[in-house]
Design a protein around this ligand. Sequence first.
Ligand code: ADP
Ligand code: ZN
Ligand code: ZN
Length: 749
Amino acid sequence: MFADIIVDISHEKLDRVFAYRIPDGMLDSVQIGSMVDIPFGNGNRVTTGYVVDIKETVDFDESRIKDIIGLTSKTIPINSTLINMAWFIRNTYGSTMNQALKTVIPVKYQVNQKLDRKIKLIADETTVNEKLEVYGRKRAVAKIRLLETVVSVNEIDYTYAMKVLKISSDVIKSLEKEQIIKVEENIAYRNPISIKQKDLGQAIELNEKQREIADKIKNSLGGTPKNAHLIHGVTGSGKTEVYLDVIDEVIKKGQQVIVLIPEIALTYQTVKRFYNRFGDTVSIINSRMSAGERYDQFERAKKGLVNIMIGPRSAIFTPFSNLGLIIIDEEHEASYKSEQIPKYHARETAIYRASLSNATVVLGSATPSVESYFKALSGEYVLHELEYRAKSSKMATVHIVDLREELEKGNRGIFSDKLNELILDRLSKKEQIMLFINRRGYGGFVSCRKCGEAMKCPHCDVGLTFHKADDSLKCHYCGYTIKKPEKCPKCSSKYIAAFGTGTQKVEDFVKKQYPMAKVLRMDMDTTSKKNAHQDILESFADMEADILVGTQMIVKGHDFPNVTLVGVIAADLSLYGNDYRASERTFQLLTQAVGRAGRGEKDGEAVVQTYSPDNYAIVSSANQNYKEFYEQEIMYRKLMDYPPAGNIMAILITDENQEILDNASNKLKEIIEKQQKNTNLCYNDMKCIGPVDASVSKINDLYRKVIYIKSSNENKIIDIKNYLEDVIKLDEELKNVAVQFDFNPMNGY
Ligand code: ADP
Ligand code: ZN
Ligand code: ZN
C-alpha cells in the first residue's frame, strides 16, 4: 500500500503530494490524516508529513519509492472532512496545501492530558464485612480507613484518598488486588464554561413570525445545503431564539451544531443563553484559550461529549462526525475572513463543509453583507425577515448633524451643540451615554505646525499616532514606538501636534467639558490585558460610569438598557477607505452604533456627526433602513463589477527591494495578459488592473504592489490563480518575491 503525503514544509516548490510506501507492520496504524515521519530529499533528512490519501498502486517505478519511517509521536490524526476542506481552501483562496492543513487543524500535537482517578467499591457487603474483620485483627488501620470511607460513599477521589485520608498507593493497590475496590481512570477535559446550571431547559415561546421562520428552516433540514437560510432581523428581533429552536431539533436527531459568533460578541451573556438551554453539551473555543484548552474542546467534540460548539471563525473546523447545522451569527462581520494566508472566508467554507455532510447553514444579521443579501434576493439563499424587536418595538430617534455648519457657527469643539445638549440632559437624568469614534489614540497624523513635516514610521509608509498615556508616537501597522519628540526634527520648532480626533482625545475632552461625569474608554490600548475587555463592559453595565468612549469594540453586540444616548463623533472616518466595501462598513457600523441607544424601557436618541450628511450610507443608517442602503450600494457594485456583481482577486507582491519588486510585478502582469489572450481559454470579460502601489506602500520595510483581476466568473479567476501559482514556482524572477492571493478581499491594499 502507498500513501500520498504532503510534506510539512510550506514552500511553493514542495506544494504537491509525494508517494511513500506503507511498510506492512504499519498498515493498521497509518491512516488518512495521520502525521508520519518520512525520509525526504537527496539526503533523506527525516521530515514530517500528512497522509492525505492511501492507494494500492502508484504510476511510477515502485522500487524508487521510499518507506514511511513511522507515525510521528504524540500527534493527532486529522479527520478526512477536514482534509477535504483543506483542499477546498487551498484551491479557492491560494496557499500551499501544507498551510491549508495547518489552518484546519488548530492543534497538531497531543497536549498532556489530565487524568481523573476514582476509587470504586466492587465487593459485596458480606465480603466487605469479612475483610474489615481480617484487617482489624491485623491492625491494618490504613486499609480500614480506606475501605470504610469507600463503603460509606461508594466512590472516592484518588487524590482525596492519598492526600486527606493519607493512604499510600501500595495500600490502594493491595485492596485492588484483593478485588474489593477498583481504580477507574478518566480523562479530565478542561471545561471552559463555568456557569451554574440553574434555569436549564427553559425555552421562550416564539412569536408567530419567529415560529414561521424556525419551522421553515426545520423543514429544510437534510436538504440541499447550498440553499443557506439568511435571517435578516434588526438587533433584538429574536434571531437567537430562532437559532435555539432549530438547534434543539437538530440535537434531538442526534446531530451536532457549530455556532459561529464573532469573537468580540462572544460574551458571557451570549454563551449563557446557549448553556441555559442545552447544558454542558455546549462548548466554546476562543483565541484567548491555551493550546491545552482548545485541544480539550476539540477532543470533547470528536468523542461526542459535546454537541454544540460556539466560537469564532476557526470553530468551523470542529471535528464533529455527524454535523447537522452551522449557524453564522452577524454573518456580515469582517472577522469571518482570515487575515493570514490562506485568506479563507468562514461563510463560504461553512457552506462547503455543509455540502460534505448535508448539513444546513443559517446566516443571521441586522445588516447582512451585500453578498448574502444579493444571493438571498436571487434565490440562492432563502430569505427570512424579522422586522420588529421582540420586546419593545421602539427604535432610536436619530439626529444627523452637519459639522460644516457647526464650524460656521463658530463651534470648534469635538461635540456639536445638539450632542452637548443631549449629553447634559442624560447626565442630569443619570442615564448612560456611549460615544463612538472609529480611531484610537489621540488623533490622526502628527505633524509640525510650522514647517509641515509629518512624523512618519521609518518602516512603513504611514504616519505615527500620538498616545498621550505614555507620551509616545506609535505606528499602528508595525508597532514601532518612539517618545514624542520635543522639537521638530526638521525645523526645531516646538509646535508638534496631532490633528484629527481619536478615542484618547475624546476622553480628555469629555473630562474637561463635563468634570462631574465618570468616563471609561475602550479601545485596543485599554484592552490589551486578559479580561480587560470584559471588565470595562461589566463596570459600565454596573453603572460605574456615565460615559463609555470607544472604537467599534463598544458598538458590537452589547446590551446596556440604561444607555439612552449614542454619539457618533465622526461618521465619515470609515467612509473614505480605499476599498469598495467602505460604504458597507460605514452603514454597518453606524446602524450598530445607533442601535445601541434605547435598548431598555426608555426611549433612545442618537447623534451622528458628519461632513457628508447626504451620503446614502449615513442617511439610510440613520433611518435604520437596510433596503434603502442595499439598493444604492448594489447599483454601485454592478456599475463597477465589484462583488457580488463580479469577483476580484487581489494579488499582493512584496519585497524589500523596490526595483526587484517593480520588475517582478510588471512581469506578473505580462504573464496574466498573455494568458488572457490565450483564445482557447476565453477570458473575455476578465480585466487586469495594476500593478499599482498599495495604499500603504511599505509595511515593516517591505514594499508593496498590488494587481487586481476582475471577472464575472469565479472559476475563471481561480483557474488563473492556479496557473500563476504554477508559473511562479518555476520562474527565477518571481519565485524570490512574496506573492499573496486574496479572493474577494474584505479590505483594500
Ligand atoms: P437577536 O438575536 O435578534 O438580537 P434575541 O434573540 O437576542 O435577538 O432577542 C432579543 C431579546 O428579546 C432577548 O432578551 C430575548 O430573550 C427576547 N425575546 C426574543 N424572542 C422572544 C419572544 N418570542 N418572546 C419574548 N421575548 C423574546
Ligand atoms: Zn518643523
Ligand atoms: Zn511601522
